[in-house]
Design a protein around this ligand. Structure first.
Ligand SMILES: NCc1[nH]cc(CCC(=O)O)c1CC(=O)O
Length: 320
């Protein structure tokens, strides 16, 4: 392969948000690229980009993200920089990515997926089932709120945002007795052993579509980035996300919607589980399909149609 590799004088510019998790993901991407091509860290430049979603003044701490309109809230400025050439690749949590990318950009490189499960975090309780009736729990996620209320209608769910440290402080001062975060983020930040938590099985809380997966976006017409990313791409993650994201797309969903989905591979067989909920958890529909891994997107669309049929017309009408 004739490829001009980046050098310290002409580094590959890696765009990312500045949060601790985003930076950990950007460093992992750089380290995998450096290892794959035998390059020094100096051949890469990590460029931190502030997004609307990071601008605290835009977001009152108690205002649910959905009210601000979160389609592209954390990605718009990064994608603009990518199109303008200010960066060469952009590292994202796939869970936060819309199902379609802007013209001129492609998102077809995934790193090996981390733990897909949600973590139950609480200094005083062993798990969801052990919480006494009426317990206050905190989350900012519409999906988790709906799932929690669906399984435990007796709980009170309060809006809970901010970084891990802020949340732990709120647990300590009694604002809530428990909160929930992705295992993947905790692991990638090296926090898994340092926080009182247990991983929840997907049967107890089915994770968000693409949870635990990192995707790397590039310009369509950039062969260097294309060829470099091909070397660190994980095809198993791609197979699983094809099914999950087709499921999400067919539901016309985004991270504003209480939707959960998880595909798992067993050899050449793909098992897809999905769930859709009303925001207050009073209605929840779930199902699963298994089929050949090569037909993941068909499986995703089929499961979405099955669940929409179960739920009946107008199930998502509250979104409009
Ligand atoms: N929406 C925020 C977000 N986006 C990705 C992660 C965690 C990492 C991942 O799921 O890949 C999180 C925080 C969380 O849910 O705990």
């Amino acid at each position: 392969m004739t490829m001009t590799l980046p050098t310290p004088a002409q580094p590959l510019k890696i765009g990312t948000r500045g949060s601790p998790l985003a930076l950990a993901q950007a460093h992992e991407t750089r380290d995998r690229l450096a290892a794959a091509f035998g390059l020094a860290a100096e051949a890469f430049e990590i460029v931190v980009i502030k997004t609307t979603g990071d601008d605290r003044s835009m977001i009152a701490a108690d205002r649910p993200l959905k009210e601000i309109g979160n389609k592209g809230l954390f990605t718009k400025e990064i994608e603009e920089q990518l199109l303008a050439g200010g960066i060469d690749i952009a590292v994202h949590s796939m869970k936060d990515m819309p199902v379609e990318q802007p013209a001129g950009l492609v998102l077809d490189c995934y790193l090996p997926r981390e733990d897909v499960r949600d973590a139950f975090i609480s200094p005083g309780h062993a798990g969801l089932a052990a919480l006494p009736a009426g317990t206050v729990v905190g989350t900012s996620s519409l999906r988790r709120r709906a799932q929690l209320l669906s399984r435990r209608p007796d709980l009170t769910v309060v809006e809970f945002r901010g970084n891990l440290q802020t949340r732990l402080k709120k647990l300590e001062n009694g604002t809530a007795a428990a909160t929930f975060l992705a295992m993947a983020g905790l692991n990638r930040m090296g926090m898994a052993g340092k926080v009182p938590m247990t991983a929840m099985s997907p049967d107890e809380m089915l994770p968000a579509v693409a949870q635990g997966a990192i995707g790397i976006e590039r310009r369509e017409n950039d062969p260097r980035a294309r060829d470099m990313l091909a070397r660190i791409h994980d095809s198993e993650t791609a197979t699983r996300l094809a099914a999950e994201r087709a499921f999400l797309a067919e539901l016309d969903g985004s991270c504003e919607t209480p939707i959960a989905g998880l595909a798992e591979l067993d050899g050449t067989s793909l098992r897809l589980r999905g769930e859709i909920l009303s925001p207050d958890g009073s209605a929840a529909y779930s199902g699963e399909l298994t089929g050949p891994a090569t037909d993941g997107a068909d499986l995703g669309r089929q499961l979405a149609r099955d669940l929409l049929t179960q739920a009946g017309p107008g199930f998502f009408a509250w979104r409009d």
